[in-house]
Design a protein around this ligand. Structure first.
Ligand SMILES: Cc1ncc(COP(=O)(O)O)c(C=O)c1O
Length: 370
């Protein structure tokens, strides 16, 4: 008889499905890497800012030593930017790390975590990894139903995850509704407000969650350098919360969870406001390009405030995977979202104009055949 290792709740986890790397698609489909377009992981199509590249080159000579465990300079830069004390900041190996740390620091096995249907996959993974109970509220128009989430909070709930904008749907909750929700969540229940895509919000949609952190001791705001800041491969994210929450995460985090190059690059990128502006403008232009094409092709899509769009590519549950495979054969990598319960949809990251064009052309060819 074969041995079964580990707790049943770990064995029950369906592993995270990452976007396929370019090299893998090139090998699998016999394609030239240089011609492959990857719009699968919500990365910044401009790549890493030059300011960060210079900072990395400078920091490279320090790699014989461990990183600064407390990331003094990066925390000082973040503290100045967001007008909070440095000891309100937790750094993560990507904001994924923050989400995991929050779950582990705040919730015991058997207690519950509330999040929405179609919200970011890591909330489910973090919950399952603990043996905690997931309370998943049905989405409305593919986004969070905050009233349902509030009503779902149980006696044993210790954490609520909210993504704004949400991935993979791109849906957005306006600041007033979000703050009203936060104010109603009981004080002993922590809220992780995941703002991985906040830099892409248009000026009229912006709100200041960092100022809410000062008023709500149960609120933690998480952000990342992986998206608009263009540093996905370096893995750096951060959370801002009052010390009661921050201290707990800091006890659990690995002492060197953010490496030396990541710290240096993040400081440079944080100060590179021109790069962020360029990225957001390019994204807005790409959003128009993609959604105009979807309208022309008669494809339903979910209006998005992130750097990606969810598009329905067929009306049967094989459609997402089928169209995805045809796109892969043409060297276009997007993300099927069957694992999110959206088998008729694909999520496409907004790329450079020519990348968006290549995706639309490949999609059009596929739909004619299908
Ligand atoms: C909503 C959301 N939160 C967090 C993350 C984690 O990103 P990272 O770990 O690269 O910061 C992602 C990445 O896709 C995301 O979509």
């Amino acid at each position: 008889m074969s041995m079964q290792f580990g707790p049943s709740y770990v064995r029950a986890i369906a592993p995270y499905v990452a976007g396929k790397p370019i090299s893998e698609v090139a090998r699998e489909f016999g394609l030239d890497e240089a011609r492959i377009v990857k719009l699968a992981s919500n990365e910044n199509p401009l790549g890493m800012p030059e300011s960060a590249q210079r900072a990395i080159a400078q920091a490279a000579s320090e790699l014989g030593r461990y990183p600064d465990s407390n990331a003094f300079e990066l925390k000082a830069a973040l503290a100045a930017r967001y007008d909070v004390p440095a000891d309100w900041i937790t750094l993560g190996n990507g904001s994924n790390d923050i989400l995991e740390l929050a779950a582990h620091a705040l919730v015991e096995k058997g207690q519950s975590i509330v999040y929405s249907q179609y919200s970011f996959a890591v909330y489910a993974l973090a919950t399952q990894g603990l043996g905690a109970r997931a309370i998943v509220t049905p989405a409305v128009h593919y986004g969070h139903d905050l009233d349902a989430m509030l009503a779902a909070i149980a006696d044993d709930t210790r954490l609520v995850f909210v993504a704004n904008p949400n991935n993979p749907t791109g849906t957005f909750i306006d600041g007033a509704a979000l703050e009203a929700f936060i104010a109603k969540v009981p004080g002993h229940v922590a809220i992780v407000l995941d703002e991985a895509y906040t830099e892409y919000l248009s000026a009229e949609k912006r709100y200041d969650a960092m100022s809410w952190v000062k008023r709500y001791p149960n609120l933690m705001v998480s952000r990342t350098f992986s998206k608009a800041y263009g540093l996905a491969g370096l893995r750096v994210g951060f959370a801002i919360a009052q010390p009661e929450l921050t201290d707990l995460l800091n006890r659990l985090r690995q002492p060197f969870n953010v490496n030396t190059l990541a710290q240096a690059a993040a400081i440079a990128a944080l100060n590179d406001s021109a790069f962020i502006e360029r990225s957001a403008a390019l994204n807005a232009q790409g959003y128009r390009q993609l959604t105009e094409a979807f309208e022309r092709l008669g494809l339903e899509y979910v209006p998005s405030d992130g750097n990606f769009v969810l598009v329905r590519v067929g009306s049967d549950d094989g459609a997402g995977n089928r169209v995805n495979l045809e796109l892969l054969k043409q060297g276009v990598i997007v993300r099927p979202v069957g694992n999110y319960g959206l088998p008729q949809w694909l999520r496409v990251t907004i790329g450079l104009p020519e990348e968006n064009g290549a995706f639309v052309a490949a999609l059009e060819k596929t739909l004619v055949v299908a």
